[in-house]
Design a protein around this ligand. Structure first.
Ligand SMILES: [Ca+2]
Ligand SMILES: [Ca+2]
Ligand SMILES: [Ca+2]
Ligand SMILES: [Ca+2]
Length: 206
């Protein structure tokens, strides 16, 4: 980002930070993003803040710059993915996009993911909807990697069982085994990332 853009962002940040505390609260951030043409729904905004700031929810100027850089980068990518240039991703464009991000999801999971993405249900994924989903997928990936203590790219019964309490799910080892086999689509006795995504989507709806 060039100095001129930085200065411009500094000015709008200072304006949004009404009490000069040096950071923005989610509501202030939401308004600021809106004046810059980005309208995120609540969950999308939460994911965005978490991605940039971690658990710490206050957005400093430094974090805000990272956020704008991230959004600019994502928007560039979005324009490449939007093959017919209508500023939305159709389901087919969306499927290409997910593949390009190297999330190897199967059709069933893609359908579910598109449903979750298209929050205003117009059959298209807008830029904000797309970014929210991408951040959500990154979150799931992070969780998956932390659950995969052995680091071999799949969750076995023991790893899955130990992970369940993190989701506040109480289950015996036997229950865990059964749940795992329900989502183990390729029947190798372990959950790979797409299978795990499917599991997370399913419990999300409960
Ligand atoms: Ca399009
Ligand atoms: Ca939509
Ligand atoms: Ca493992
Ligand atoms: Ca499997």
């Amino acid at each position: 980002m060039d100095e001129q853009s930085k200065q411009r962002y500094h000015d709008i940040f200072t304006q949004a930070d009404k009490r000069s505390r040096g950071f923005l609260y989610p509501q202030e951030l939401k308004m600021l993003l809106e004046t810059n043409g980005y309208s995120f729904h609540e969950e999308g905004l939460e994911n965005l803040v978490e991605h940039i700031c971690g658990e710490h929810k206050k957005v400093s100027f430094h974090k805000f710059l990272s956020m704008m850089n991230f959004l600019i980068e994502m928007h560039q990518l979005f324009l490449e993915l939007d093959e017919n240039g209508d500023e939305n991703l159709s389901k087919a464009e969306f499927a290409h996009a997910i593949k390009k991000m190297k999330f190897e999801l199967q059709k069933e999971q893609l359908d579910l993911m598109f449903q979750i993405t298209d929050t205003n249900r117009n059959g298209l994924a807008s830029f904000e909807e797309f970014v929210s989903t991408l951040l959500y997928l990154y979150n799931i990936k992070r969780v998956f990697e932390s659950a995969d203590t052995e680091g071999n790219g799949t969750l076995d019964t023991t790893e899955f069982y130990k992970f369940l309490p993190i989701l506040k799910i109480k289950a015996s080892k036997h229950d865990a085994q059964q749940a795992l086999s329900q989502f183990d689509l390729d029947n190798d006795g372990e959950l790979n990332f797409p299978e795990f995504v499917h599991f997370i989507f399913t419990i999300r709806d409960i």
